[in-house]
Design a protein around this ligand. Structure first.
Ligand code: FE2
Ligand code: FE2
Length: 223
């Protein structure tokens, strides 16, 4: 049964927001009740999640995948990748000063937490979403978290979402940082900036991202 989405009437939302709304609307009621209130107040997370659904679907197609069922599961997983953030301590998330090491560990726990939520409430239907929630902060060079997986050991779906996640994070202004334009974001992803490194990404996927850079930009702008 569909839930009522209090924000679904927001104006000026692109096509990806509709897609994100559909994913949230289809969540099992018990899971929905867990996240409903925090999601209603977190506009930034809703929009980030919706854009990732659209971007991951595009990258999946660019990677040559044509199975519409798999692409739909990939996009669903991308929408739900940060769902664990909705269970984090709001006081830590809202901190304006620097985070302590314990705060950082708490925030990093959003991947495993999200995976736990999806397993507990969704079961096997959320198999891909569970993998993506847990592993979307792994990096291709093995320097990511929570498991330090490297290369092909990182599930392909998580490698796709990780690439889209970094792009979206760099493009989007947040309370603590300004945003970069498309060209600068692509430069950071392909040359590195000290924090983001090209070695973090699956080289094949990064090449596709660069080759189809204008489609990525157009989709981000439309979302
Ligand atoms: Fe995340
Ligand atoms: Fe994210």
């Amino acid at each position: 049964m569909a839930h009522h989405l209090p924000w679904a009437t927001e104006t000026a939302l692109g096509p990806s927001a509709c897609f994100g709304n559909r994913v949230f609307q289809a969540l099992p009621p018990a899971l929905w009740r867990q996240i409903e209130d925090s999601l209603a107040t977190d506009r930034e997370l809703r929009h980030h999640s919706s854009r990732l659904g659209a971007l991951a679907h595009l990258v999946g197609r660019l990677a040559g995948r044509t199975d519409s069922g798999w692409l739909a599961k990939l996009a669903e997983a991308a929408v739900l990748h940060d769902i664990g953030k909705l269970r984090l301590d709001a006081a830590i998330l809202g901190k304006t000063g620097p985070l302590t090491d314990a705060d950082k560990a708490h925030v990093r726990d959003h991947g495993p937490l999200g995976a736990e939520m999806l397993v507990a409430f969704g079961g096997e239907g959320f198999g891909i979403a569970t993998l993506v929630a847990r592993h979307h902060h792994e990096t291709y060079d093995g320097s990511g978290y929570p498991d330090g997986l490297a290369g092909g050991a990182v599930p392909e779906e998580a490698r796709i979402v990780a690439l889209c996640d970094v792009y979206d994070a760099l493009r989007t202004p947040r309370a603590y940082k300004s945003s970069f334009d498309h060209a600068h974001t692509m430069t950071i992803m392909t040359k590195g900036d000290g924090r983001t490194k090209p070695e973090h990404f699956d080289p094949h996927l990064l090449r596709l991202f660069v080759q189809h850079s204008s489609e990525i930009e157009a989709l981000y702008e439309a979302a």
